[in-house]
Design a protein around this ligand. Structure first.
Ligand SMILES: [Zn+2]
Length: 278
């Protein structure tokens, strides 16, 4: 599933590709992608004639801002966008097509069909589901060490599970949580409240650094993830713990182990990431 760096890469790419284009009409080929409004004809009718002002991001969601409307899109497992000419042959996994007045088309493909789109009136989307319960953006200036300590304070949840919970901090998924915890030398099953000030400082720095580096590299391309222009991100080669079971830890040479934490496959170094003594 794309995490913050991958969605941010899609956002930047889409902004370069579709900003300023006007929608002539919309074709929905798979109704279940459209979560709001209920009626796909209403969805298409509302969008017709509107222009793309900007493509923004909130957590792992894209916010396609139009004049008077906001389209909130989540790629889930394998959703992807691409810009095509109306003459290009359609793929059987193309589920939504935004036909622009200039003859180009933004196509939404999704082999797994888990992606979602919600259409809102301007200024409505941040107040309603699915965006209204989202927590702190980790790459905004408002994400300070003090703010992070407030979020983590007194919670008995395992730190990995807490970081994956989008109601606390958004955008971090299974790849970047394992990378951040390894970089900070923290065991994924430590309870949040067991972490001392020094550990919280290291974890805060690790989250910001990991996500920033991944954004700068265009994200990772685990499995079939491809960004909006069909290019793969390069951060996959820089992952130091995720997907490296039975390889030596880059810091100490101990074999990396894989376990399950909160139902998620979890990579960690048993030497660098020892459980806190509580
Ligand atoms: Zn190690």
């Amino acid at each position: 599933m794309p995490e913050l760096p991958e969605v941010e890469t899609v956002r930047r790419t889409l902004n370069a590709l579709i900003k300023g284009k006007q929608i002539e009409h919309v074709t929905v080929r798979l109704a279940r992608i459209i979560q709001r409004p209920d009626d796909i004809q209403a969805f298409a009718h509302l969008l017709a004639g509107h222009s793309i002002i900007d493509v923004q991001r909130r957590g792992k969601f894209l916010r396609i801002v139009l004049d008077g409307l906001v389209l909130v899109s989540h790629l889930r497992m394998e959703g992807r966008y691409g810009l095509y000419s109306s003459n290009d042959p359609l793929d059987k996994h193309t589920h939504v097509i935004f036909h622009f007045t200039d003859g180009s088309e933004l196509r939404y493909n999704d082999v797994r069909q888990f992606g979602t789109m919600h259409l809102f009136q301007q200024d409505e989307d941040l107040l309603l589901a699915p965006l209204n319960k989202l927590g702190q953006e980790p790459l905004e200036p408002s994400f300070t060490l003090e703010r992070f300590k407030e979020i983590v304070a007194d919670k008995s949840t395992k730190i990995k599970s807490l970081l994956l919970n989008q109601e606390y901090v958004v955008g971090i998924g299974n790849i970047y949580v394992d990378e951040s915890l390894h970089r900070a030398g923290i065991h994924p099953e430590d309870s949040a409240k067991s972490l001392n000030d020094k550990q919280l400082d290291k974890l805060y720095q690790a989250i910001v650094a990991t996500l920033t580096e991944a954004v700068n590299a265009g994200g990772s391309s685990i499995k079939s993830y491809v960004n909006g222009q069909g290019e793969s991100g390069t951060y996959q080669q820089q992952l130091i713990i995720y997907g490296r079971k039975n390889e030596p830890c880059s810091s100490c040479g101990t074999m990396i182990e894989k376990t399950v934490v909160g139902g998620r496959g979890t990579h960690y170094c048993p030497n660098c990431q020892r459980p806190s003594v509580t």
